[in-house]
Write a protein that binds this ligand. Sequence first.
Ligand SMILES: *Cc1c(COP(=O)(O)O)cnc(C)c1O
Length: 368
Amino acid sequence: MPKAQETVLEIDLSALKQNFEYLKSKLRKETKFLAVVKAFAYGNDADDLALFLQDLNVDYFAVAYTSEGVALRNAGVTKPILVLHPLPVSFHTIIERCLEPSIYNTKVLKEFLDVATYKNQKNYPIHLKFNTGLNRLGFAEDDIESIYSKLQGSETIYVKSIFSHLAASEDLNEKEFTEHQIIAFKKIADAFTKVFDYKPMLHLCNTSGILNHPEAHLDMVRSGIGLYGFGNSEKENINFKPIAKLKSVISQIHHIEKGDTVGYNRAYKSAASIITATIPIGHADGIGRQYGQGKGFVIIDGKKAPIVGNVCMDMIMVNITGIECEEGDEVIIFDASHTAENLASAANTISYELITAISQRVKRVIKK
Ligand SMILES: *Cc1c(COP(=O)(O)O)cnc(C)c1O
């Protein structure tokens, strides 16, 4: 049995490269690739991963918030960075750090234009987000005239791209809805070009859009989860390799007698005598309480050890009855074969939630 010392999230850059190349192989040569590295690159490590992807020649990066873009600039990222959901309070910083805002309604457009004018900008790049059915952020097609009336005659900002986001690209039962979104977006793009008399870059697809809707790749695609090793379907997961391995160690082993209880609120009452192991990872590290009560599990010596009772803040207890192991042995929470997707689905959630939740307290180790 391999030994371990602490809880570590190990990140395999060669797997990241493999996933990137697989996604690229789906694209036409001229389609640009934007790497979505929001939320610490989905809980991995945004700085190191972005620098690695920059060396692989990705064209663009995206983050959700301005502070994430600033962190990338501080780390040495020089490629363009799209900020998907910038709040107006950060518009000065956006310009100072050469970040490119997504603008999604008239109020925000006016506020950005005011700041860019105040800062004497010329042709500052912005990206217009249109709503085609997700109903989250975005202008409507009808807004194009009023956008034009705000921007005409001014050289302060220019529209570098227009984009939208698919609501159900991973769900083939919703293919028809997605196709409607694609048509609606193309219509918006045509209307925009007519009014503005120039053609910005167009982009629509996230990872599952890349895989399921090649007709919608357009000028650029935006991938997050695929880079990190998940294809959002059994069929596609085979073509990706999860880049992260979350591992920990057995701190202590207990023999629990029939009728004894384990953990807070005595949530586990033993119907027979069992053996448990205590592992130094808890809900403060990102293993939420929904993984408790036997739903979630870890892997010890290649075998499943279910979580017993409630998840604590800093620890879990798992049932190791029948597993050959001792204190100091390695514990796998997820890796490329026991994937985060498997663990997440055991607790009725998705890989996105599990991996982005791994807290900053867990040490990251980058494997070159
Ligand atoms: C997060 C996000 C993406 C990436 O989606 P994946 O499913 O992880 O590939 C793309 N576009 C937008 C607007 C997003 O918010």
